[in-house]
Design a protein around this ligand. Structure first.
Ligand code: AHM
Ligand code: MG
Length: 357
């Protein structure tokens, strides 16, 4: 009998030299993240194990952060440190903790040349010989911590640019098209680690008793069209005419076209993204008269999500162009961010550009 949990897919870490590691889709329930990544390494001719090691260190960081998030109310971790981050926001203790954990595991991996975080003003050099760049938001949605709403960690991995002997801060400022792997961890009822190395998207669920991530959602595909939209409609009056028109349109009654769409908005990017990835539909955080460049950050929020959605057959845009095609100018650059089912994103772009009214 055919095992329905098996897939024939083989995912390959992007080519280029001996650092390339195929992530073999040993997609059987019971497969650990570690086994999945290791199988990929064994299938890659000339693989050095560095990428495998880097991913395993990130996974360790996420497991450590999980333990603190789970115990937040008990361990006296709620409340503010009193510091403000580069965005001018108060840093909560868990933000600082998650940042420290990820910086630590990345430095210890020995394979990260440069890292950048939402919680660090500047990019940080890690290991000179490390060929990878890791950009991350250690704990996104942290304003939700006090009310026990799901939060997450988001990351993207790039290679350092060619020809450099030591890392350079500019290594962080590469367009999302050059991402070789990205993922997020969602700290919800369970902790889920969603990962793509450029050939599809897989999700692993943490068994807290075992302390391992097990493959739970192999080869995720985002439906081509959904029936829900996710946006902070409190900003309606600040949106452009085109975006307001899109919002009116998704709420209009049209039985044949499946409208109105349902409204779902957690206000925690990873939670809204995960639902949209699995169920389809659209998430939109457009620019508005208050956040003229958008609110979300390109390098460690928008780009990893865009990479994952494109890998799952979805799309991500700033309203006019693919998020992954944006050439960054600065580390903490913001962007309008819209992602989801490809037809829903195309509809949004048509309204936002006023090609459709
Ligand atoms: P943060 O990086 O400071 O946590 O803010 C990002 C969060 C996202 O998780 C979420 O999508 C968005 O901000 C919600 O913004 P708003 O409260 O304006 O709806
Ligand atoms: Mg964030």
């Amino acid at each position: 009998m055919t095992d329905p949990t098996r897939t024939e897919r083989t995912s390959i870490i992007p080519s280029e030299g001996p650092t390339s590691l195929p992530l073999q889709a040993s997609s059987v329930v019971g497969t650990t993240l570690r086994e999945h990544v290791l199988a990929g390494m064994h299938a890659a001719p000339g693989a050095t194990g560095q990428f495998t090691s880097l991913l395993n260190h990130i996974s360790l960081g996420i497991r450590i952060i999980t333990t603190r998030v789970r115990a937040a109310g008990l361990a006296g971790m709620l409340g503010y440190t009193g510091d403000t981050n580069v965005q001018g926001e108060q840093v909560q203790k868990l933000d600082a903790f998650a940042n420290d954990v990820l910086v630590n595991v990345l430095e210890r991996s020995g394979h990260c040349g440069l890292l950048a975080s939402e919680e660090l003003d500047e990019a940080r050099f890690a290991t000179n010989s490390g060929k990878y760049v890791v950009l991350f938001d250690p704990l996104d949605g942290s304003s939700n911590i006090d009310t026990n709403v799901s939060i997450g960690t988001i990351f993207a991995i790039l290679r350092r640019r060619h020809g450099e002997i030591v890392p350079h801060v500019e290594d962080a400022l590469q367009p999302g098209r050059r991402i070789i792997a990205a993922g997020y961890a969602l700290y919800g009822p369970s902790t889920i680690f969603v990962l793509s190395s450029g050939h599809g998207v897989d999700a692993f669920t943490l068994d807290p008793n075992v302390g391992e991530f097990f493959l739970s959602h192999p080869n995720i595909r985002c439906p081509e069209r959904g029936n829900s939209y996710s946006a902070n409609e409190g900003n309606y009056a600040r949106w452009s005419k085109g975006v307001r028109r899109w919002n009116d349109w998704v709420r209009e009654e049209n039985k044949d076209e499946g409208r109105p769409y349902g409204h779902r908005y957690v206000g925690s990017l990873v939670a809204d993204a995960h639902r949209t990835l699995l169920k389809g539909g659209i998430f939109a955080y457009p620019a508005d008269t208050k956040n003229k460049k958008g609110k979300l950050r390109l390098l460690y929020e928008a780009n990893p999500m865009a990479f994952l959605f494109e890998q799952a057959g979805g799309a991500a845009t700033d309203g006019h162009r693919s998020i992954l095609d944006i050439h960054p100018d600065e580390l903490h650059q913001r962007t309008p961010l819209i992602f989801g089912s490809k037809h829903d994103v195309a509809d949004y772009e048509a309204f936002a550009s006023e090609k459709r009214t």
